[in-house]
Every structure is written in structure tokens, then in C-alpha cells.
Design a protein around this ligand. Structure first.
Ligand SMILES: Cc1cc2nc3c(=O)[nH]c(=O)nc-3n(C[C@H](O)[C@H](O)[C@H](O)COP(=O)(O)O)c2cc1C
Length: 381
């Protein structure tokens, strides 16, 4: 679609001067670059190593801020050794790397699903060199050929799974969908709760909004997000990670000098206010929330949480249910402590237990895939 400059300025709401020609092909401006999402097609036909084939699916796992902080060593035949990439952490908002480890759990779960679909059994040894630290691996996974392995139906959902960050439809969560998500959830030691009664949803929404505002109004935690925001198609294609800002509106704001990291750090700018409004619109539209808790907060439990969470998200994908995690109010930095306590109380998380994942559920159009780095960028042979 081409629009006249006048119409385009009306879309922007006036105030912004846009140096643009008479006609603009609006839908393609700052669209998601194809190279950034090529990974969603899975392994190419030239991939013959079963480990690399499974990794090509595992890299599609959900993970905090889409940092994709995995580093894989393939030097041992028939095995992969998975590390956390020490350059891809969230030290302010995830000071204990709890969320990073949950992301690795998601990665290991999809790795196992993909290997099985390809005819390989995987045996996972967590923390094979002892308690996790940045210089010790998260897992060693041995691949063994085995005939007759069942293909988990959730594997088919891997390329369709999305984190929906925008607003949801007004439609409430269907009772049948809620029941299927609960009955299909198998991680008994990591209790799952789903709520959709208006009173609980309103209280949880208020806490989620307060947590988001706390993060945005705490410069060092907000900066951690801004540092990984990729603004426009060229930046997205160059990094293939982080938080993607794309589309005609972002393009226009960029042209007008209104969408820069510095502006996004400054309350009162279009960039800061727009970011807050976007996040809050998501919570405002939430009609159901869910959460996963654990009795302890040990590293293996964080991995198990990631495994359980991604299975839940894949099951939701199969049902057409959209899901977005909300992590802000769960985070372990001092300024968030009071809200975190309130969130624990509101979710009935017992003293000493950990609220590992919190999310909203509903229905929404497919936002399209998020970027992924190339397999070779995190694998060493
Ligand atoms: C532990 C964890 C925490 C996350 N927290 C948030 C969050 O607070 N807000 C959000 O929008 N997405 C959150 N996500 C989702 C990621 O942002 C998302 O997986 C990533 O951007 C890649 O997008 P995709 O899931 O669509 O592939 C989280 C994911 C994980 C695994």
C-alpha cells in the first residue's frame, strides 16, 4: 500500500516532521528482515550432523530479552556441551541468572523434542562439572540413534510458537482451553496456576503494571532493556537478537530523530512514553494470568522450570492461545523487593518458594517470528 505524505503524517498524529517523498510503501518500512528470521525454517538440507539438526530447532527457544545466551561445544563426538555465553547476561534485572537458566531449560527441552523427531535419544547430564558457574557447563547431552522413538506432537508447534507482546483480543480464555492447558501440564513438582476471574486478574494486572513501571523508572534496569533494543531493519539484521522495534511507525520516528536509545531512556519523549504505553496496553488487555512456582530455587529447578514452561507455551500454541511472560515483578533487585513480595502474596506463593514464571494468556494475531542468530554464531566444533 502506498500512502500520501499527508495521510502518513496523519497516521503519526501531526507533531512529527517526516522527511519523506510523496508516496511511501508503508508495509515494508523497517519490516522484519528475512535473514533475521531464516532460522524458523529449521535445519537446512545440508545439515547432516544430528546434533546440529537438533540445535537448529533448539535455538528457537524462548529466552530472556532474546539474548540467546547459549554457547555450544561440539568437540566431543556424539555429544553437545552447553554453556551460558558470559557476554549475554542481564546483570541488573536478572542478577542471579535465574531467568537465563530458565531459557536454557527451554533450549534443552526443544533440543530433546527435535532429536527424538530425528530418531535420536538424548541423555542429559545437568551441570556435569559441578555447581553451575559461568566457566562450567549447564549440560552435556549425548545423542544415541534409536529406532521407534515417538515424535512428541508438541515438536510440530516449535516453529509456530511466539511470544505475543502486543495487546490481546477482548475474548476471555476459553474454559476448555484452560482445562486442556492444566490437564496437559505434567511437571507436578512445579505447580501451575491459571486464573481468569475478574477480581484476581485486576489485582495481578495492577502488580504487573507497577513492576513494569518500576523497571522503566529505575534507570540502570531500564537501560538494560534499551541496550538490547534493535531499532529498525538494519540493526535487527545486524544483531538478530534483543528486542526488535520495527514497522512504519518506528521508521517514521527514526527519520524524525525521535527513536534513539537516548530518547528511549528519557521519560516524556515519544520513545519512552510509547514504550510504556505499548507494554501497558498488553497488561490492560489481559483476561487471564498464569504462573509456575517451585519449592526451591536450585539451578536444576530453574532448568526444569524452563522445560515445563516451554511445553506449556507449545501446548498453548497448538490451541491458538497466546502467551506472554511478565518477569519484571518477579525480579531480584532491591528496588523491586516490595512489589515482588506483593506478587508472591497475590499468587499465593508460599514463604521460601519461588515464583519462577508469570504470564498472561489470551488470543491475538500472530505477530510473526522474532530474530535468531545463525547456528554457527554460537557453536564451536
Ligand atoms: C525466563 C524468561 C523470561 C521472559 N520474560 C519476558 C518478559 O518479561 N516480557 C516479555 O515480553 N517476554 C519475556 N520473555 C519472552 C522473551 O522475550 C522471548 O522469548 C524472546 O523475545 C524471543 O521471542 P519468541 O519467544 O517470540 O521467540 C521471557 C522468556 C523467558 C524464557
Amino acid at each position: 500500500m502506498a500512502v500520501s505524505r499527508k495521510a502518513f503524517l496523519r497516521i503519526l498524529g501531526g507533531g512529527i516532521v517526516v522527511a519523506a517523498g510523496a508516496a511511501i510503501a508503508v508495509p515494508r518500512l523497517d519490516a522484519m528482515p528475512a535473514v533475521a528470521v531464516e532460522g524458523w525454517r529449521g535445519p537446512g538440507p545440508d545439515e547432516t550432523d544430528p546434533r546440529r539438526r537438533a540445535l537448529a530447532w533448539a535455538l528457537l527457544a524462548p529466552n530472556p530479552h532474546n539474548l540467546q545466551s547459549w554457547a555450544v561445544d561440539l568437540s566431543q563426538p556424539g555429544a553437545i556441551v552447553l554453556h551460558v555465553d558470559a557476554a549475554r547476561l542481564l546483570s541488573q534485572t536478572d542478577p542471579f541468572s535465574r531467568q537465563i537458566l530458565i531459557g536454557h531449560g527451554c533450549f534443552l527441552e526443544i533440543l530433546g523434542l527435535a532429536a527424538a523427531a530425528d530418531g535420536y535419544r538424548t541423555e542429559v547430564t545437568l551441570f556435569p562439572e559441578g555447581a553451575w558457574s559461568l566457566d562450567r557447563p549447564v549440560a552435556r547431552v549425548v545423542f544415541t540413534r534409536q529406532s521407534g522413538l515417538a515424535v512428541d506432537p508438541l515438536f510440530a508447534e516449535v516453529p509456530r510458537r511466539r511470544t505475543v507482546k502486543g495487546g490481546f483480543d477482548a475474548r476471555p480464555l476459553e474454559a476448555a482451553h484452560k482445562a486442556l492447558l492444566l490437564s496437559g501440564y505434567a511437571a507436578a513438582q512445579l505447580p501451575l496456576v491459571l486464573v481468569d476471574d475478574a477480581e484476581s486478574v485486576d489485582r495481578l494486572r495492577a502488580l504487573a503494571i507497577a513492576g513494569s513501571e518500576m523497571e522503566m523508572n529505575t534507570p540502570r534496569t531500564h537501560k538494560e532493556s534499551i541496550d538490547v533494543v534493535r531499532i529498525g531493519a538494519a540493526e535487527i539484521a545486524a544483531h538478530r537478537d534483543g528486542i526488535s522495534l520495527k514497522g512504519p511507525m518506528i521508521w517514521a520516528l527514526r527519520q524524525a530523530g525521535q527513536m534513539t536509545p537516548a530518547k528511549a531512556m528519557t521519560p516524556g519523549t515519544l520513545a519512552w512514553d510509547g514504550g510504556r504505553d505499548y507494554a501497558l496496553a498488553g497488561y490492560t488487555s489481559a483476561r487471564a494470568f498464569g504462573w509456575i512456582t517451585s519449592a526451591d530455587n536450585a539451578r536444576p529447578t530453574q532448568i526444569a522450570t524452563g522445560r515445563a514452561f516451554v511445553r506449556l507455551q507449545l501446548a498453548a500454541t497448538a490451541l491458538g492461545v497466546a502467551l506472554q511472560p511478565h518477569s519484571q515483578t518477579l525480579q531480584e533487585y532491591p528496588e523491586m523487593a516490595a512489589l515482588r513480595t506483593a506478587m508472591h502474596r497475590q499468587t499465593g506463593t508460599p514463604a521460601g518458594a519461588t515464583l519462577q514464571m508469570f504470564f498472561r494468556l489470551g488470543y491475538a494475531a500472530d505477530p510473526g517470528p522474532s530474530p535468531r542468530r545463525a547456528l554457527n554464531s554460537f557453536v564451536t566444533a
